[in-house]
Design a protein around this ligand. Structure first.
Ligand SMILES: [Fe+2]
Length: 176
């Protein structure tokens, strides 16, 4: 499966174990969501913006690169401060929307909301798959808290960064 091609930033995760788990989580979600490899690039990053040319994998890459940019700017300006754990941040950014593979489904050639997605939004289903695949709770937390579901949680520093990078890759793209 071409997940590594679609998300080359997975390579930036230093821990081999974590890298493998991130990849396996995406693969598991593709399977659970019933997606075929050829459909992956046709999945929009949101159903709230009609006919967006940005697919789910492009969005995930941009959010990950944004998070990495925040990490790098902290390091450059503030010096080594260990506020953000780089691998946790990368894994969380790369997986924040993995649950969309369950929230959406393909029906008559169109990507629509699934029945499961109406009951469990992607922050919930994504955290559940990450948990199932043995990712650290810090990563499931980033997934669970990256949207409004996290408003009642005390977000970790990594979760805050992914939350804002996600919004930076959504709000400016909204139509009038
Ligand atoms: Fe999301």
């Amino acid at each position: 499966m071409k997940i590594m091609e679609l998300l080359p930033e997975i390579q930036f995760i230093e821990s081999e174990n974590l890298r493998r788990k991130v990849l396996d989580t995406w693969r598991r979600a593709v399977l659970l969501g019933g997606w075929e490899e050829k459909d992956l690039e046709t999945i929009p990053f949101t159903l709230l913006i009609k006919n967006t040319p940005i697919n789910l994998f492009m969005h995930t890459r941009a959010v990950t690169l944004c998070a990495l940019g925040v990490y790098s700017s902290y390091e450059k300006v503030y010096g080594k401060m260990n506020l953000l754990r780089k691998d946790i941040l990368l894994a969380g950014a790369l997986l924040h929307d993995v649950g969309k593979l369950l929230e959406y489904k393909k029906e008559k050639g169109k990507v629509v909301k699934s029945q499961r997605g109406k009951l469990l939004r992607h922050p919930v289903s994504g955290a559940a798959i990450a948990w199932e695949m043995g990712l650290p709770d810090e990563v499931s937390h980033i997934i669970a808290a990256h949207s409004k579901e996290g408003d009642h949680l005390r977000r970790t520093p990594e979760a805050f960064v992914v939350y804002y990078c996600d919004f930076a890759n959504f709000e400016p793209f909204r139509e009038e």
